[in-house]
Design a protein around this ligand. Structure first.
Ligand SMILES: [Ca+2]
Length: 149
């Protein structure tokens, strides 16, 4: 083989590899395939579902905790009210009278204080619920549980 032939063969090989490289580059820059996009969407949906589930579980646990704390306060307040029969007790008056210690939670899980409501001989403890507004659907009260018994 002459030098000119060798050079031509080299050029041909170089052209082939350049073509192969440019084809590979074109494929790489084409973007994502439909399956890749679907996998990404599925992963995002799974993460979103997990976050939503965790949020609902936390909310349910907070409501359960609020009801448990409200029942504990109601029990203390009812005993105090039955003994003293004065004005409707408040959280502050129960603390002042030494009926509630510092371990009793006086605030609901959303940071707002519970309130005591007297209805004749019975009294109930209420929380304004997650929205912090009194009289809305998410309010938590011991009245429903008491009337159910
Ligand atoms: Ca509310």
């Amino acid at each position: 083989m002459t030098t000119a032939n060798k050079s031509a063969a080299k050029k041909g090989s170089a052209r082939k590899s350049t073509k192969r490289f440019s084809r590979w580059m074109a494929k790489a820059h084409k973007g994502l395939t439909l399956i890749e996009i679907m996998i990404v969407i599925a992963i995002i949906a799974m993460i979103g579902g997990g976050v939503t589930f965790a949020f609902q579980q936390q909310r349910r646990a907070q409501k359960s905790q609020a009801m448990s704390d409200a029942r504990q306060i109601r029990s203390i307040a009812q005993m105090y009210y039955n003994e003293h029969r004065e004005a409707c007790p408040t959280i502050q008056s129960l603390i002042s009278a030494g009926e509630m210690d510092t371990r009793t939670k006086t605030n609901d899980p959303w940071g707002k204080p519970f309130s005591v409501v007297c209805n004749g001989d019975e009294l109930d403890v209420t929380s304004n619920g997650p929205d912090g507004q009194a009289g809305s659907a998410d309010d938590i009260t011991t009245a429903a549980a008491r009337q159910g018994n």
